[in-house]
Design a binder for this molecule. Sequence first.
Ligand code: ADP
Ligand code: GLC
Length: 537
Amino acid sequence: MAARADEAGGGSAGCVGGAVVADAPPRVLLVASEIFPLAKTGGLGDVCGALPKALRQLGVDVRLLMPGYPCALDRSADLRIAGAVDADAGESSARLLAGRLPDSDIPLWLLDCPRLYQRPGTPYQDPSGSDWPDNARRYAALCRAAVALARGDTAARWRPDLVHCHDWHTGLVPFLLRRAGVARPATVFTVHNAAFQGNFPWATAELLDLPDDAAGLEFYGQLSFLKAGIVYADKVTTVSPTYARELRSREFGCGLEGVFASRGADFVGILNGIDTEVWNPATDAFLARRYSPDDPAGKGACKNALQAQSGLRQDPAAPLAMFASRLTTQKMADVLAERMPTLLRRHATLQFALLGSGEHTLERRFIEISREFPGRAAIEIGYAESTAHRLHAGADLLLHGSRFEPCGLTQMYAMRYGTIPIVRCVGGLADSVADVETDASTATGFVFAEASGRAFEHAIERSLEVYATRPEVWREVRARGLAADFGWSRSAAAYLDLYRQLVPAPSAAARLAAWHQRIGDLARAGRARALVARTGT
Ligand code: ADP
Ligand code: GLC
């Protein structure tokens, strides 16, 4: 077990506001490349924005670190300079800015290094869609800043007991902390998607000043940030129990199955939750009309508005299916593009709305489909948070085939908005959606097994049949999704349990001793003040 970091100002001293608390929750530094609402390209941002809020509710002293992208600098609250940090091996000057996650009291640091992060495009790619050529250096800098904070090598007085790292961008943190010595915080590394590995030519290791004899950094002759995280973290997690099993197999392990398997019981799956404040049809400001499980009528008005806004025929009875995701083969968007025209031809009332961006050939293909089916297929290529909310509210069905899916949040958003998901039985989709035919009393959607167009199409056909001929089943399934609890509380508690395995709560005796010590300190300080007052010295 990793040693607990020294007490260094603030934090969970077991004594809050003068009262002794029953437990001293760990201090956790959460490090990620995306944190909603500061930056988001997908579910990673959503999770890293929502999990800290849930941990905070459990009393965890969680603080955040991410790169100072322009959008993050714009959107952070109360930013101030918190001092220099040696993050880019002296190549460019970097500093930490301290602030707060908007609409919360969660402290955060942004790594401000304009040479690395002040760029147009997405966090990872230039505006033409090519990866930034210096991504290894950009995320190694994030890792070094995390290590500096964790070891007390910055002006920040707070030090974590544990660093929770997310995805390949943070994969060097566990390695660098191990190398830095024994008195280090514990580390947890969460894999959100093993297909994104942060692999770079081996020569990059030297440029980043990494040792060339650390086997855990090397993956088939390349430097791998993801492998480093898996090998060197004290505990490794992924975002659903099924994906944790799948990653140990050749089919899903992306070449790292042996590495995942080698972590044994130290590698577990914890299902993601969703932010039920951001995704709440009862309060969602993007919607034409709000609704809730007790009063779902507003969903019809949202469908109406969606049809009007996106140029679909105004038809309340038409089944409206939607897709709101990255246009990639992971999401079976290629299969959807191939099958959708047939389905639209076969079902004269079926409507299709899509929001997404990704592979350019797929983008072009969907635009062609919208031209082929005017009033029935509405395609928006791009990234728009507001449209995503309107689609979840206005549609009847979510089309979510995936070749693999670590967790998937979209299906949970859909269910919370009364939109019934059609999903493939993989990863977190398998863990969050139950099929109508398996057990009608617990069903929340339609599930298919094979990653084939035939299976996907068959599931869509099944859903259209229920929509048209068994409205009472449709209503029940929809109501179950609307009322289900997809919040973070259960999963945040599972993360806290995991943290506790690495940073055990102090024993009752230790807490009592700390309390006596504190009382003694206060008494001594009081006596000293009284003496000063009496003698004037
Ligand atoms: P992944 O992270 O693999 O893309 P998830 O389902 O976990 O899949 O999360 C995707 C998140 O990104 C959801 O919040 C979804 O609404 C959002 N998203 C994906 N594509 C778009 C888009 N084009 N516009 C707006 N939001 C999008
Ligand atoms: C990844 C996965 C997705 C998951 C998300 C958040 O992007 O592809 O399945 O929901 O991370 O963990």
